[in-house]
Ligand binder design. Structure first.
Ligand code: GLV
Ligand code: MN
Ligand code: MN
Ligand code: MN
Length: 399
């Protein structure tokens, strides 16, 4: 089946009636439905499927082995996300295998399609959790203890999904099998629209991280408490949101976002006792993200003190700038007739793997330029062009 046909099979799975778009989080019902779909589709192509220690799924064309050519992406989404971020790379990988099989190609190297778990960090907060665990980029104990908004730990959710929580962690043997990795992904900006090209090769991923700011004050009555008597944690929280925007506006190419803010207990006529917010900061270069957050920390502490509140700041994840493998980029460009190269501000499993094995990315044009939102889009013709491009490079890499 074509990549666009395969994607069409996922329409409606995990549709979020409240937020719009799709909410598919690791090991929840829709994500498990997508995993089952992937396993069935891979088996229909004759691939041998296994789930690793960390919940990533591997589908091998032929026997697993060293120097493998690996492609894939993820099936989970952000809350209320689009239909393409993740599933496009998985559907394209399956379609590419079918295209290659259809022309009688047999890989000369081990070959696998992979689905990484919890790429968005939409449930447990740390993005690329499956690839971080595989590579040992996150401490296994820390990962096991991560909690979702309902208080369920990653270890508990993994056990429920059939994994052994004690074995979650680095998997050097499996990682050591990967020779080269390529991830195809929908573009998350307007680069390809402006360049008039359906496909690009990825060049860099900018440094990024997530921090939790927890403000605490005194919960109280919204009518009976004079302004002068309040210790309202929403005030320093709000100042932090504005400071994040101000700091990001003054540093070159910086981005800072507060997309999630949770007041507790959360009543209209209640002064909150605590407010948690999450800052997503991304600045190109080795130090920009960390220094932006350091300045923001100072602003948050000062605002908290002025209101008689406390603030605790926790780094939940951080990744340095990544430049994708030079030789692989050159090869991808040559094989695909020199499509544009694009940097991105979005994180990807390919960027985690890039620290360990030669890795690269292909992007498919997104006419809206919007992502992490229901408006994310790719035309079917471009989707199928992307899968053909992926098949082309996989054929060359695994010949
Ligand atoms: C993942 O898509 C991210 O970059 O936030
Ligand atoms: Mn995403
Ligand atoms: Mn993605
Ligand atoms: Mn991503």
């Amino acid at each position: 089946m074509t990549a666009s046909g395969l994607l069409g099979e996922l329409t409606g799975v995990g549709a979020d009636r409240t937020r719009g778009g799709y909410s598919r989080h690791v090991f929840d019902a829709p994500e498990r439905e997508l995993r089952t779909w992937f396993v069935e589709r891979a088996q229909r192509l004759g691939l041998g499927v296994e789930t690793d220690l960390n919940g990533n799924i591997w589908a091998w064309w032929g026997a697993p082995g060293p120097d493998a050519v690996v492609t894939g992406s993820h099936l989970d989404s952000v809350p209320g996300g689009g239909a393409f971020d993740g599933p496009l790379g998985v559907a394209s990988a399956l379609a590419a295998v079918e295209l290659l099989q259809g022309k009688g190609f047999r890989p000369g190297k081990p070959f696998a399609v992979v689905v990484f778990a919890e790429e968005e960090g939409g449930r447990f907060g740390v993005p690329c959790l499956g690839s971080r665990l595989l590579t040992g980029t996150i401490d296994a104990g820390k990962a096991r203890a991560l909690r979702d908004p309902d208080g369920i730990t990653f270890a508990e959710a993994a056990a429920k999904a059939g994994l052994d929580p004690e074995r979650i962690g680095p998997d050097p043997e499996r990682l050591g099998r990967i020779g080269r990795f390529v991830e195809l992904h929908v573009e998350q900006g307007r680069g390809l629209v402006d360049l008039g090209s359906p496909v690009a090769v990825g060049s860099t991923v900018i440094a990024h991280g997530r921090w939790r700011f927890s403000f605490s004050g005194q919960g109280n009555h919204a009518g009976a408490t004079l302004i002068s008597d309040r210790r309202d944690p929403m005030i320093p929280a709000a100042e932090t949101v504005v400071a994040a925007r101000r700091l990001a506006s003054t540093a070159a190419d910086a981005r800072a976002t507060v997309g999630r803010l949770v007041p507790t207990p959360g009543g209209t006529n209640v002064i909150a006792s605590t407010v948690d917010l999450w800052v997503d900061a991304r600045v190109p270069g080795d130090t920009g993200t960390l220094s932006l957050v350091e300045e923001l920390t100072g602003a948050a502490r000062a605002a908290a003190e002025a209101e008689g509140c406390r603030v605790e700041i926790t780094r939940e994840s951080y990744s340095d700038d990544v430049v994708f493998d030079d030789a692989l980029r050159r090869d991808l460009g040559t094989w695909l007739g020199s499509p544009p190269e694009l940097p991105t501000g979005a994180g990807h499993d390919a960027a985690i793997l890039a620290g360990f094995v030669p890795s690269g990315m292909l992007y498919v044009r997104n006419p809206t330029g919007i992502s992490h939102s229901p408006e994310e889009f790719a035309e079917s013709a471009d989707v199928d062009e992307g899968a053909r491009a992926l098949a082309e490079v996989l054929e060359k890499m695994s010949a």
